[in-house]
Design a protein around this ligand. Structure first.
Ligand code: GRF
Length: 202
């Protein structure tokens, strides 16, 4: 059984995709053991509550000191014997010590075809605004492993999305989001076997 901690900051539609994927067997042999949000304001916490999934807030509002925040996240991950950390709309940067502790077991969903339109400042709607400003004919979504950089870890899965001539940042974001949900589930299935094997097939 793959024990997944999902880290969120916003609406939680990617979290919902994982919840639904597990409930309708698109993701098998996996369980979301907790949701960690960087803010108490994230609707993602409501989604977790509705599915009886433990939701905890670890962010600036309750851990102003970065070291204490990192220690609290690490403790929460270890407490639930997390096998895989999924960053799903998580808007805070993880401390290198945390990435080191879970290297190869943290994945992130990004709303572009990395290495295009990623890195510092490229998040949420800013990504799609940049795609439109560049006149790109295609964009997409990427799931990648998290390393010390921003959106720089090894790519696990990508899926292209056409940019339509009458697209706005909102219409493009909505279409890319649907692709994010799809490839996030596929990526979890893809990494599950390797991670469980490394963990001794717990
Ligand atoms: C999405 O655009 C996702 O690509 C980015 O965060 C945004 C919100 O995701 N990582 P969610 O609805 O909170 O899952």
């Amino acid at each position: 059984m793959l024990r997944i901690t999902v880290m969120v900051s916003g609406g939680g539609t990617n979290l919902q995709a994982i919840i639904d994927g597990i409930e309708n067997d698109k993701i098998q042999d996996a369980k979301i053991v907790q949701v960690i949000s960087s803010t108490s304001k994230a609707f993602a916490l409501e989604r977790a509550k509705k599915h009886n999934i433990k939701g905890i807030v670890i962010g600036k509002e309750n851990y102003p000191d970065n070291k204490e925040k990192t220690a609290a996240i690490l403790e929460a991950l270890n407490n639930e014997m997390t096998d895989l950390v999924v960053l799903a709309g998580y808007m805070s940067i993880l401390d290198p010590s945390l990435i080191e502790a879970y290297l190869g077991r943290i994945i992130n969903i990004h709303p572009s075809l990395i290495p295009a339109f990623c890195g510092h400042g490229f998040y949420g709607k800013h990504v799609h605004e940049a795609v439109l400003a560049a006149g790109a004919a295609k964009t997409g979504a990427t799931v990648h492993f998290v390393d010390e950089g921003v959106d720089t870890g090894a790519i696990i899965l990508q899926q292209e999305v056409d940019v339509l001539k009458d697209d706005t940042a909102d219409t493009l974001a909505a279409r890319v989001l649907l692709t994010e949900h799809q490839i996030l589930m596929e990526a979890i299935n893809k990494v599950k076997a390797t991670i469980l094997a490394d963990q001794g097939g717990k």
